[in-house]
Ligand binder design. Structure first.
Ligand code: FNR
Length: 354
């Protein structure tokens, strides 16, 4: 629709503005490692690369899907892509539905491949689209994977949003069948529950980003954009990434996590809870708004050094080793675990069950 380009700029502006009043305490702060003073290792032995399905990514964090389609957002995508190319970070773009309709808007996405010809790039579409759209989106970027976002909470709060979600699961199944590259199903900041992950697994989805609550808040963003309908009553709706990871079923797609990642310690905590890699949207968006591509490169270099140091402190040579650390779940996250019947005592003694 005609409001779409304006909406993309609104999302970026509001996501950035609202970072100022982010919750002081999130579920990440409710997860602690039991400290073992002699368990550490040498940072030189740490390998930061991660295995995600059939892929190996050089960093355990990646740029999550955000934007594209307007002049401003094309510049942001270009800066993100330059930083991704320089650091080896995988990168996703924002929803490409506008690019399928408008060749000028498409340039705000294809710039990602131009700036990063050899990097790992993910295309992005909403769950309501068909298989042909999925093929075209992947083709435009020569993408390595396709993110399909599930955003029913956002759609509910969005004045121009979809209200009928009844065909999404079936539509998703058709996209997975037809898509020439692997599909990564993701939320946009409200989490993927245990039954949702089970359903995704059963329809052949091999990768899922639980994208939980606590970071960029699309309820607040849509409420700020909206004149009239106000869904702020839903404030706090949804699960955090850590809650989703701890509640995930044994038979699940390969898990990625995102939502509210502020720094490398959050990355390490998500990996310890079973994520194979961690997506970052708002924090990396702010880095390019503040300092362009070079600003983000600096942030990523710092994150790599600090992530390596944290792995060494926790005695992990690979991300996988973090899944044998002892975790204490406190506060709101602890309460979630108790309500959902998660064995929190077993989590606190994982290093003894090797
Ligand atoms: C997003 N996100 C998003 N996700 C998606 O799949 N398609 C999209 O078009 C967008 N658009 C978008 C715009 C902006 C400005 C932001 C900040 C984010 C959601 C994003 O990928 C992620 O799921 C959430 O933002 C939660 O992560 P953070 O921001 O808390 O790290």
């Amino acid at each position: 629709g005609s409001s779409r380009p304006g909406r993309k700029d609104d999302h970026v502006r509001l996501a950035s503005e609202q970072r100022g009043d982010a919750p002081p305490r999130t579920d990440y702060d409710d997860l602690e490692f039991v400290h073992h003073a002699l368990a550490g290792t040498n940072p030189e032995r740490v390998d930061l690369s991660v295995t995600v399905g059939d892929w190996t990514w050089p960093t355990p964090f990646y740029v999550n899907g955000m934007t594209g389609g307007t002049e401003t957002t094309a510049r942001i995508n270009r800066d993100l892509a330059i930083a991704a190319a320089e650091t080896g970070m995988p990168m996703a773009c924002g929803s490409m539905s506008v690019a399928l309709e408008d060749p000028i808007a498409a340039q705000g996405f294809t710039v990602i491949r131009e700036e990063n010809p050899n990097g790992f790039v993910m295309a992005n579409l909403g769950a309501g689209r068909g298989p042909e759209d999925a093929r075209r989106a992947v083709g435009l970027l020569n993408a390595d994977a396709l993110q399909i976002h599930l955003n029913p909470v956002q759609e509910t709060a969005m004045p121009e949003g979809t209200r009928d979600f009844s065909e999404w699961a079936h539509g998703l199944e058709r996209i997975v069948e037809a898509c020439p590259v692997p599909v990564v199903v993701k939320e946009v900041g409200f989490g993927l529950s245990r039954p949702t992950l089970e359903l995704l697994e059963s329809i052949g989805v091999r990768l899922a980003d639980v994208s939980g609550a606590g970071g960029t808040d699309f309820l607040r963003i849509e409420n700020a954009r909206s004149t009239g309908s106000d869904f702020s009553m839903l404030s706090g709706f949804g699960q955090s990434a850590l809650a989703c990871l701890l509640d995930a079923p044994a038979r699940s797609p390969v898990l990625l996590a995102s939502g509210g990642v502020r720094h490398p310690y959050d990355v390490v905590k998500a990996l310890a809870c079973g994520a194979r890699a961690v997506g970052v949207a708002g924090t990396f968006l702010q880095a390019v708004i503040d300092g362009g591509a070079e600003g983000l490169v600096e942030v990523v270099n710092t994150w790599q050094a600090q992530t390596r140091a944290l792995f060494a402190l926790l005695g992990a040579e690979r991300a996988d080793d973090l899944t044998r650390t002892d975790l204490l779940t406190r506060g709101r996250l602890g309460e979630f675990c108790r309500l959902r019947g998660i064995d929190v005592e077993a989590l606190s003694r994982r290093s003894q069950n090797r």
